[in-house]
Write a protein that binds this ligand. Structure first.
Ligand code: COA
Length: 215
């Protein structure tokens, strides 16, 4: 089924291990419920926006509003792509990419989370690789960027093992205390030489190119 007006609804990426699917309302609800069951140790805040420190059902409502906002505020000049991650038919988390002026800069920033029960099994690495494939191969990106707090071991673990280059940091207030965000980037040439896959399939990208400013 092809959506006549909003082709992002048909955007999918498949790897032998998982599927990424554009977040529609059903997926938004599943992700909101998954997040409310826990995304991280309550004693550790991995996000710059402390959206998981909100009690239910407000957290679920905020989560759904976030997905609606991403859709409603989309433009080729500034977009935030959100994708649900599905493993063996279960929604396990989300990965996404944001960009401004992609048409000119060809640069995107990734972000992601998994429900706590799905951490530490290599899914985070596989979904990052799938997102990179979509952006570099599907959209013709030139540079990937990402970031994490300096004490977020699993997130930095994924970023470092894929070969991103650290290029700075920013001070940040987290739960009222100072901390540091580390920034990383990866040029297209690194992805092409080391990370490009021939077992990742992109579906529905062509119809979305104008929306991404990627034609
Ligand atoms: C970040 C996240 C998406 C990573 O997904 P994941 O499936 O747990 O990650 P993977 O299992 O694919 O890989 C994690 C890597 O980090 C390594 N790692 C884990 N803890 C680490 C630590 N404290 N220090 C260094 N490396 C660490 C792991 O060993 C693994 O590397 P390996 O495969 O070479 O052994 C997931 O942990 C998550 O959702 N965390 C909570 C939300 C979050 O932090 N989101 C990112 C915000 S920037």
């Amino acid at each position: 089924m092809t959506h006549p007006v909003w082709p992002l609804f048909d955007l999918r990426v498949t790897t032998p291990r998982l599927e990424l699917r554009y977040v529609d309302d059903d997926l938004a609800l599943e992700l909101a419920e998954l997040a409310a069951r826990g995304v991280h140790d309550p004693g550790f805040m991995p996000f710059t926006v402390e959206w998981t420190d909100v009690p239910p059902p407000q957290q679920q409502r905020n989560t759904m509003q976030f997905y609606w906002r991403c859709r409603a505020e989309w433009s080729p000049a500034s977009w935030h792509l959100t994708l649900g991650v599905i493993v063996d038919g279960r929604v396990v988390g989300t990965t996404g990419a944001t960009a401004r002026d992609f048409r000119t800069l060809r640069t995107f920033e990734t972000g992601s989370w998994l429900g706590s029960e799905f951490h530490g099994r290599g899914i985070g690495t596989e979904m990052r690789l799938a997102t990179l494939q979509l952006m570099f191969e599907g959209l013709g990106a030139q540079v990937a960027t990402t970031g994490a707090f300096s004490d977020n071991g699993p997130s930095l673990g994924v970023t470092r093992k894929l070969g991103y280059v650290e290029n700075g940091g920013t001070p940040h207030v987290r739960r009222g205390e100072p901390c540091r965000t580390l920034h990383f980037e990866m040029p297209r040439a690194h992805w092409e030489a080391h990370l490009r896959r021939d077992d990742v399939e992109l579906h529905g990208v062509e119809a979305c190119l104008d929306l991404f400013g990627a034609r």
